[in-house]
Write a protein that binds this ligand. Structure first.
Ligand code: NAD
Length: 278
């Protein structure tokens, strides 16, 4: 029987653990505060920011909200980030991406102090991850490690294939799986013979951004399949994996929705709690 990896249940467990940590911290007079900055009013970003604030409220983390005009300049945004970097009451800073086109995203990511970089996107956080040092880890890949561990799926010594090499999912995912002692292959848009490569995987992690691209021809019988993709089709939400086709042949799989999705915010909350312990 295929094990359905339930991200809703696992993320709720994590949030409940964090809630008790936050109240332990409160008892020691340590408040955790996350500053959330949104530039412009992209509707998807507004939903994401709203969900992050709700999660903060659930756990007992203070959230400070900065809703800036679309016309905000890069200099103005960096000035606000600097102010928050220097504010001792603020533990974590998050700028909701994407920012409007006239603002350089890399400059914004770099402006956030690595000590407050709860998204784990700062080059120093990425560098620390790549050499196995302490630092914030990007939330979606960190959530996938939790999904695997809390579902008792062994990682050490396993063949892991990751499809996708983005800075927020594919690359940090590969470093985390390496840290867990998997044998890691990264495939991407220029990979030749993709099916041959993905069929080697004991654990296949899919972050391509193409609805239902991965069918059973790409999957070894008995593999664990983690689907990072999220797509809103007329028929509803789906992932990068053709779930109905693949689920019957694998040993475990994440559904969409309710798999990887809920883990991202849970791990952001985890990073916020960590930020108060620096
Ligand atoms: P991206 O577009 O930055 O990267 C996609 C990657 O897929 C690229 O590295 C590219 O080389 C590779 N790729 C594209 N076409 C390919 C092909 N035909 N064969 C092999 N590789 C191919 O995307 P991303 O930001 O990494 O996101 C991937 C998906 O995950 C998207 O659907 C996104 O919405 C979703 N996502 C979900 C969460 C979450 O919380 N669940 C978080 C981030 C991203």
């Amino acid at each position: 029987m295929t094990q359905i990896i339930d991200g809703k249940i696992i993320s709720t467990q994590i949030k409940d653990e964090l809630k008790s940590k936050a109240s332990e911290l409160k008892a020691q007079n340590i408040e955790v505060t996350l500053a959330v900055i949104q530039v412009g009013n992209d509707p998807a970003s507004t939903v994401y920011v709203g969900n992050k604030k709700k999660a903060c409220e659930y756990i007992g983390i203070n959230s400070l909200s900065y809703e800036l005009e679309e016309s905000t300049t890069e200099e103005e945004l960096i000035a606000l980030i600097n102010e928050l970097n220097n504010n001792e009451k603020v533990n974590g800073i998050l700028v909701q991406l994407p920012v409007p086109k006239h603002i350089n995203e890399d400059a914004i990511i770099k402006a956030i102090s690595p000590l407050k970089d709860v998204d784990g996107f700062h080059p120093q956080s990425v560098g620390a991850l790549s050499i196995g040092q302490k630092g914030y880890v990007s939330c979606t890949p960190a959530g996938i490690i939790q999904l695997l561990k809390r579902s008792n799926i062994e990682i050490e010594g396993k063949e892991c294939v990751i499809i996708g090499r983005s800075n927020i999912v594919g690359k940090p995912m590969s470093l985390l799986m390496l840290r867990e002692n998997a044998t890691v292959t990264i495939a991407h848009s220029k990979t030749k013979n993709l099916k041959e490569i993905t069929k080697r995987a004991d654990i296949l992690i899919v972050a391509i951004g193409k609805p239902k691209m991965i069918t059973r021809e790409y999957v070894k019988e008995g593999a664990v399949v983690i689907d990072v993709g999220i797509h809103r089709l007329e028929s509803g939400l789906c992932g990068d994996v053709d779930y109905d086709d693949v689920a019957p042949i694998c040993s475990a799989i994440t559904p969409v929705p309710g798999g990887v999705g809920p883990m991202t915010i849970a791990m952001l909350m985890n990073n916020c709690i960590e930020s108060a312990l620096q």
